[in-house]
Design a protein around this ligand. Structure first.
Ligand code: ATP
Ligand code: MG
Length: 333
């Protein structure tokens, strides 16, 4: 039997380079190996509700991520591309899972604590429940492989624990899902996140000034890269914004270029203007084909509707079977 794969992105903003390297590249890689893997990729609209959101724009934001998925090369013939809330089985299974997960464990997760810090006025039950719903997103497809960024590792640990409990207590056969790391990333980056342009923490859709979107124009990229905080261009240790800049140089222009610039930093010094301008051009060159495909897709709303409808059908067929099995094994049916 083919191994199943699940991944998702929240509809909290446009896709950025962190999502692209941390998740989307792995999603594409696994999709391309369709003889081995069956791929399910969703827009996590239910998870979007765990942080403040705008009800007027949510629907379009969700649709925009589906269009982004198509623009980067996800193929509805190969992958089920769907919207999480269109498959209500995720919610039902999450409830069953919540009966084997403790409150203490959820409260201690670093991901929970980060969001509490980011939105102290919004510490809801849904936020606490996030990892349970994510375990359900994955296990409702009995997916063993999850192409997501390193920031999601604590959630995967929860999913593995839940899988073990459900298998032990109720005789289910859930796999223990593992993170899939895209091998096209530089080796040193495979266990890390793409940094924020502010020089602190990870690039995030919901942290203003932290990201470059896949839809950004050359001008926008230039102005964002120009804002990465830098120093006089010379020194012994590479830290903060300069380190961030070097990481982007490595991602887009290779390790050698980074080494060359770092040596120069420790020697005769760097001129950031040229470096930043060249880097911006290279980033834009990678994003431009995606942007061209995106423009074409925007003129074909019927196709996008069809993808969304068929994706949900494909996903529900699998999800309904798992939920029926869990109901029976837990003694409900
Ligand atoms: P939000 O701020 O709303 O949480 P986000 O930018 O963190 O948004 P998510 O929708 O939470 O994006 O995550 C989508 C996918 O992208 C996940 O697999 C996540 O691990 C990955 N991801 C997000 N940010 C990064 C990053 N900076 N580096 C690598 N992977 C990332
Ligand atoms: Mg996130």
């Amino acid at each position: 039997m083919k191994k199943r794969v699940l991944s998702g992105i929240r509809a909290t903003g446009r896709l950025h380079l962190g999502n692209y390297f941390g998740a989307v590249k792995g999603m594409l890689d696994l999709q391309s190996r369709s003889a081995e893997y069956e791929t399910f990729y969703m827009v996590a609209d239910l998870h979007t509700l765990t942080t403040p959101h705008d009800k007027e724009t949510l629907k379009q934001a969700v649709r925009d991520i589906i269009i982004d998925y198509l623009a980067v090369g996800l193929n509805p013939e190969k992958s089920a591309l769907f919207i999480q809330s269109h498959v209500p089985e995720h919610l039902e299974l999450a409830y069953y899972f919540s009966t084997v997960a403790t409150v203490a464990k959820m409260q201690h997760l670093p991901t929970f604590k980060d969001k509490v810090k980011q939105y102290p006025e919004n510490v809801t039950m849904a936020l606490l429940n996030y990892p349970i719903l994510m375990a359900s997103d994955i296990l409702v497809y009995k997916a063993g492989l999850v192409p997501v960024g390193i920031d999601q590792e604590p959630h995967l640990e929860v999913a593995r624990e839940i899988a073990r409990r459900m298998n032990q207590d109720f005789g289910m056969d859930f796999p223990e899902p593992k993170r899939f790391i895209d091998k096209s990333l530089p080796a040193g980056r495979q266990g890390e996140y793409i940094p924020s342009l502010t020089g602190e923490g990870k690039m995030s859709k919901t942290v203003e000034g932290s990201y470059i979107n896949l839809t950004d124009s050359l001008g926008e990229i230039k102005s964002k890269i120009a804002k990465i905080p830098t120093d006089s261009g010379q020194g012994s240790e590479i830290l903060g914004g300069v380190k961030t800049l070097m990481e982007f140089v490595e991602l887009f222009e290779g390790k050698e270029k980074r080494n060359e610039l770092e040596n120069q930093y420790r020697g005769k010094g760097l001129r950031y203007g040229e470096i930043k301008s060249e880097l911006s051009e290279t980033i834009f060159a990678e994003l431009e084909p995606i942007q061209i495909r995106r423009k074409e897709l925007e003129t074909n709303p019927e196709f996008v509707d069809k993808v969304i409808g068929e994706g949900a059908q494909k996903a529900r067929r699998v999800a309904a079977r798992t939920v029926a099995e869990v109901r029976e094994k837990m003694g409900l049916a």
